[in-house]
Design a protein around this ligand. Structure first.
Ligand code: ADP
Ligand code: MG
Length: 398
């Protein structure tokens, strides 16, 4: 990586200093505020321990959800502070403010061996527009800057980009460093064949990045609502399936892209959207009934996709194959996770990226069996497509 990293600093140089650390604690919260998956919290622990062991005082900034520049109490980071304290085994102070006097005072008074977590950066109107004055105020909260928010590094926000140019050193944390090591290797696509699987629901967000893989990959497998959109583009009936109309034109153009083998589902598990739990049945992919929705890839598709994944030299997967939160529509996603794990055991370099995709592999208990599980969906796709990210560009050159 051509950016300065935390591990290139000597611990003596940061002793006693406040490390302003951008983390990505955008974790899934249940209705009662419980954290449904703490992967992103755990992923920052190596950086926090490095800083604490060096005698630095970590002041953490993160966003959670999309509150849109105003205070949304259900998207407070307070429950995250409690979870972090338990997982880190050190005191975590929480301040219900991000850039004001209470936050600044707390950063200055933070005791040794403790961590300070400030309130959701996206409660502030200037965060996503990278407002200069906000970046100035945030920069006062630390003496140097660490970006360990891999999942948000594709965003040019005040807390990821604005603040980085105002503090020195400005370095990549351990999570960002390890993510980039795995994704840089994946970018080379070797050994071949290079197989990529896309699913999930954020089609418009991702379609341009998906398009980039049509140049480098040997085979592209499509499932989830991504596949529904391509099936619609191919002129098949999709019933009440989730389809992204805004992406259909791009999908139609990609259907005939030369030089890559594109595999759409051959069968699907459909259900009644009003009673999904017990209405599932398998249909051919070109026969989705008008009153049903495709919620998962079917068993024959699972077989075919599994064979392709197991014979891959390099494999990248983003986006669940179906509505995996709702049984029985989790079967296709689970089966693909098993195929990825089996492939990795026999030597395939297999990487899974994406918030929901990572959660699905965690829930399958297979996260430790694949080569790397990325904590960033959009960020991993964007890095793979372009080879850099705005939040990296903002850090100091190595
Ligand atoms: P990631 O977070 O891994 O990048 P996305 O956010 O794009 O993935 O998509 C994940 C969501 O897509 C999940 O909530 C999943 O239920 C949903 N999804 C996938 N396939 C379907 C489908 N066929 N119908 C409805 N929802 C789907
Ligand atoms: Mg998601």
């Amino acid at each position: 990586m051509n950016r300065k990293t935390l591990t290139s600093l000597s611990p003596g140089d940061v002793e006693g200093l406040r490390a302003l650390v951008r983390v990505d604690y955008n974790v899934p919260l249940g209705p009662d505020g419980t954290i449904e998956d703490a992967t992103r919290i755990d992923a920052t622990i190596p950086t926090l321990c490095w800083l604490l062991d060096a005698g630095a005082r970590p002041v953490l900034l993160s966003h959670l959800g999309r509150p849109g520049g105003k205070i949304v109490p259900s998207e407070s980071l307070e429950p995250v502070a409690r979870a972090l304290a338990r997982r880190l085994g050190r005191p975590v102070e929480f301040v219900r403010e991000t850039d004001g006097k209470a936050a600044l005072d707390a950063s200055r008074e933070l005791p040794a061996d403790s961590v300070l977590l400030l309130e959701n950066t996206r409660f502030l109107p200037g965060e996503t527009s990278n407002d200069e004055q906000l970046a100035e105020r945030l920069a006062r909260l630390g003496d140097f800057y660490v970006n360990d928010a891999f999942g948000t590094t594709h965003r040019a926000h005040a807390s990821t980009v604005g603040v980085a140019s105002r503090l020195s050193p400005a370095v990549a944390g351990l999570l960002v460093e390890s993510e980039l090591a795995a994704l840089s290797r994946l970018r080379e696509g070797e050994p071949r064949p290079f197989v990529v699987a896309f699913g999930g629901a954020k089609i418009s967000d991702k379609i341009d990045l998906v398009e980039a893989f049509f140049e480098g990959a040997d085979t592209i497998l499509l499932g989830g609502a991504m596949a529904n959109t391509f099936l619609a583009a191919a002129g098949h009936p999709v019933g009440r399936s989730l389809v992204d109309d805004a992406a259909i034109d791009v999908a139609r153009a990609l259907l005939d892209h030369p030089g890559v083998r594109l595999e759409l589902p051959v069968d699907l598990v459909v259900g009644d959207p009003a009673a999904p739990a017990d209405s599932q049945r398998v249909v051919s992919a070109d026969e989705i009934p008008p009153d049903s929705a495709a919620f998962d890839i079917g068993p024959e598709t699972v077989e075919r996709f599994g064979d392709v994944v197991r014979s891959a030299g390099t494999f990248f997967w983003n986006g669940p194959m179906g509505w995996f939160e709702q049984s029985p529509y989790d079967a296709g996603t689970r089966a693909l996770a098993e195929a990825a794990a089996a492939a990795a055991r026999s030597g395939t370099f297999a990487v899974i990226g994406g918030g929901d995709s990572a959660r699905a592999v965690q829930e399958s208990g297979l996260a430790d069996e694949v080569s790397h599980v990325s904590t960033g969906g959009g960020a991993s796709l964007e890095f793979l497509a372009h080879g850099t990210l705005p939040g990296l560009e903002a850090l100091e050159p190595a």
